[in-house]
Design a binder for this molecule. Sequence first.
Ligand code: GUN
Ligand code: ZN
Length: 427
Amino acid sequence: MPEKTLILGQTLAFDGAPDSARHDSHGGVLIHGGMIAATGGGPELRAAHPDATVVDCGDALLSAGFVDAHAHYPQTAMIASWGKRLIDWLNTYTFPEEMRFADPAYAAEIAARYLDLTADHGTTTICSFATIHPASVEALMAQAQARGQRICTGKTCMDRNAPEGLRDTARSAYDDSRALLERWHGVDRLSYVITPRFSPTSTPEQLEAMGALWSEYPDCLMQTHLSEQTDEIAWVTSLYPQARDYLDTYEAHGLLGARGLYGHAIHLEPRERDRLREVGAAVVHCPTSNTFIGSGLFDMAGLRAAGQRVGLATDTGGGSSFSMLRTMAAAYEIGQLRGTPLHASELWWLATQGSAEALHLGDRIGTLAPGMEADIVAVDLASTPAIAQRAARAEDLWEALFPTIMMGDDRAIRAVWIGGRQVKGDA
Ligand code: GUN
Ligand code: ZN
């Protein structure tokens, strides 16, 4: 019988919304067989489960692991590349790096490096783009499988406006995506995501083929990009003169649905906002990317107030950090620039349960509750002298947490469990 582990610390969990937070300053989480078996008061759990191995995290905050709803793991090695905006950035830095993933050994090296870096930052689930190379999907799936990690990824499809060596065709994109989907989707904790990069790098024929694939496998997620920069939108208008707007280029080809994930979604028309909400699709906010590439200010408050499903993401390496703490801080700063600052509870919810729900995984990950998978972080709320001296004055949990959101990094992540297995911190 697998061993039971009881983790003790402060606990923070959500029941479906940012204002549903439950905090226990002397809480505990019981892990058994890779799942959360019980949550509650630490002393009570200890008395009820004397056979459990105890990991006492003191006053560190136990939370569900972070969920990054949009990233590009192949861009790990070119993160923080200077001075370009979206289209030039793609052509100058991104496409040459993605070309290297034709080599399966390089793909395996970066996949391992990426999962090491993200786990070190407390991220336990990621929805990532791969490259056009099937081996780039194989590499991330195999690495995640070996680690018992929940990952969503798919082959990035592009059949135009990308360099030679980084283009597929409508037919090969369909065939390769389908073969990868059949091989990996639903295996262990792995999910295949149908992944047309964005309308400018696909012909209408390729978008049609991706839409057809999605209609054959409707339980799959579909991820792409939408309305990130104004130059990009103008380009889409010239490439798709019949389309009513950017979203319509997807909608017209069967690529708008509840399981759709639309990265960025900054410069939306009223019709686009209405349609995304009506179909129950998710938009994904990528704040460090939006400031780093100079894209614009996402309307979190307006979209959420209208009932839009929203996830939070790094967008590595357009985003400038692997850290969901830094990502929460950037979301806060963008909210400030719009005059609508997000509360610490909203930020933490977005980075955990909100993103899990955007990925339709809210029944498995994203909060601490019995029956959930045991992806857990222990966060040190005094990880540096600067953070510690501010947190020492805090009068409630949110005031204690906010300095770590704004100033914390991987040093704040004291311990991490993925599927019940401790991957960071002293066991
Ligand atoms: N739009 C199309 N591809 C990309 C990408 O790789 N990163 C970002 N930020 N936007 C994109
Ligand atoms: Zn992206």
